[in-house]
Design a protein around this ligand. Structure first.
Ligand SMILES: [Ca+2]
Length: 196
């Protein structure tokens, strides 16, 4: 077993009291060996290639996007694909361990009203639900049976647009595959509300 996987197995999850001050929207282009240029963010923060992934880091983007305190804020990422192909947009949260270095903190974020320029995103407002109540056209994570499970949210205080939003964090990510074109800049914005 690889070292990183062994460490992850030791991690439990913990819904702590710490305020959630930033979130993370990632892009995965490993399958299509997609590289990116002109990386930037909307609403502050950073968008970078995965420095720790020496093999595929150039095909992967991760971000740190500052949130407002107890309010909705529009966050976003912008990049230009180098080639034609498919990439995966991942809505998640920050990776952060508790002080014991064994517990992965649940840093949840509500997302709603995602918008895209330069590509097509389906059901970007999470209003179309399937028979299981999950958002159509997105890939929801498998539930783990704890307080951090991904969910569709209909509490109006946690909905920005329409009747539904989604609740995600680092281990409960919502993703969708999108097609992009060489040289066409892609801008993805989302409204985000800290989970606490
Ligand atoms: Ca919505």
């Amino acid at each position: 077993m690889k070292k990183a996987a062994a460490i992850l197995l030791l991690l439990s999850v913990f819904l702590g009291a710490q305020a959630v001050t930033a979130t993370r929207i990632d892009i995965e282009g490993v399958a299509s060996k997609m590289e990116f240029t002109n990386l930037s963010t909307i609403g502050g923060g950073t968008l970078l290639n995965h420095g720790w992934d020496k093999v595929n880091g150039k095909y992967r983007l991760y971000s740190e996007l500052p949130l407002a305190s107890n309010a909705w804020k529009q966050v976003g990422i912008k990049f230009t694909p180098v080639s034609n192909g498919e990439i995966t947009l991942i809505l998640q949260g920050k990776w952060q361990q508790a002080d014991d270095k064994k517990t992965l903190l649940i840093l949840p974020v509500y997302y709603d009203q995602v918008e895209i320029q330069g590509a097509v995103l389906k059901n970007a407002d999470f209003e179309e639900l399937d028979e299981k109540g999950m958002p159509k056209h997105w890939s929801p994570p498998a539930p783990k049976g704890n307080a951090g499970d991904f969910r569709v949210v209909k509490d109006k205080t946690k909905v920005k647009s329409g009747a539904a939003s989604v609740y995600c964090w680092q281990e409960q990510r919502l993703s969708q595959t999108i097609s992009v074109k060489a040289g066409t800049p892609v801008t993805i914005t989302a409204w985000a509300f800290p989970g606490r």
